[in-house]
Ligand binder design. Sequence first.
Ligand SMILES: [Zn+2]
Length: 519
Amino acid sequence: MITLWDENRYWSELLRQEGVSFRSGSRLSGRDVVILDRAPGELHTHRIWQHIESGAGLLAAGVNAAAVWLELRPHIKRLRWIAPEGESPLFRNVGIVDLETRGSLLHEANAGVTDSGTKALLATPAGRGYCIVLPFEVTRVLSSVASGPRQFPADTPRFPYDTVARSSRGEVRRLVANCLRFLLARKDQPYVHLASVPGLTPSTFAFRVDADFVPRRDIEAVAHLADRVGMKFSWYVNVGAHQAHLDLFADLARQGHDIQLHCQRHAVYSDYKRNLDNFRQGRNALASAGVSPVGVVAPWGEWNQNLNRAFEELGFEYSSEFCLACDDLPFRPVVDGRLSRILQVPVHPICLGRLAAARANAAQMAAYFRSVIDLQVARREPCFLYDHPERIAQFSDVLADVLQYGKERCGSVTTVTEFARWWQHREQFTWAARMSDRELEIRAEPGGTGLQVIVEQDDRYAVLPASPGRYLLGALEWHALPEPVRFDPRALAARRPSLLLQARSLERKAQKTLREHRG
Ligand SMILES: [Zn+2]
């Protein structure tokens, strides 16, 4: 059983994304792993340390671990990122973890590497227990909503880049999950969590189309591609630019495509009022064409709290902005000190246009997308790609192959809205898992239809229904976990400071300021 020391929105939401059963509070007896998400008061420090030394696992940032492990001397230093090094299980299927935070580093660290070349994490026994000390505070990293240009590793003449969230929330979560797996395995306990996709397939695949400013024939070409590969796409309509084609989108909706809102005007504002007007007009126009959107993706992938407030006011169920998050499971951002009513559904941010700008040829484009799909399948997480109609029309043969590959590898297809609905159902499910001896007990309230519990141990996994039951681990039907995807060392080269990238970032900021004044 995992215990979270302090009820904390960021940590709780991360653990809910993972789908693990946990409790928060200062009760320690029977808790195999303690996550110390803040420094405990002096009254508790001795008790916690005794609990660890008598056999439990501790997961904490340097500054918080030092409150109970008094010999630790973390030094505070700017930390841009950490990366895998060697074959540490803590970094299984984890890439570079972008942090851009205040780090607390340790001379004794022995796993992973930081941007300044020192070791990143400390993983070490403590008495009969075990400690994993992170060089950053998860809460601090997840509470940052800053964005900036980021390059993605690829076998292309230049690295593709886009403006995305500065911190890689998904990698933070995967690193934390691997730490929990490791600490539980030491106690001979399985890692038990809700599956991240519906059904029994390793992943699920969706394709998002941002319909910005394109002629009707490009939209028809995209619809043709969807038919060719046997998929229904998730379309986000720039209503202002497509006033004359709303009949076409209504028709696509009737054919089973997922038609949602991009915007009325292609802009995101810093204030609430203009955001509200923009997306209200777009929503109403789509509604009068017979399509009632429940999802929205903001122009340029931009996100701010006032935008989120406007989406809440308009009653959307979900949105997707890679300036807030990409390559992560859905989650609820914290707005005004509470969890947002809008679910954030991240996608992968690199599209054909970004690859063309990186001077990729068709084969390199296809190889890039295949590697993104392979990684999500190895992680057993959903895979959502996105693109724009003019590029889709231009590279429809490349994309047809990529989409076929995605369908086959992921094992099932979905739409972004269908997945967001399923995720909201997963969020509602209340359950707990407990191990005693070699028996796993699942307690659950009704409502787990369509959800699965995954039990992982020793590179194997078993699937159980999300309903009450008792299971002997030895009697489960075990399968081998997919081979992990090896860390791509090009990712390190992609983190080298780039003048070109800085120039592009300044240019984008200047354009944004102009738009804001005009709009
Ligand atoms: Zn757009």
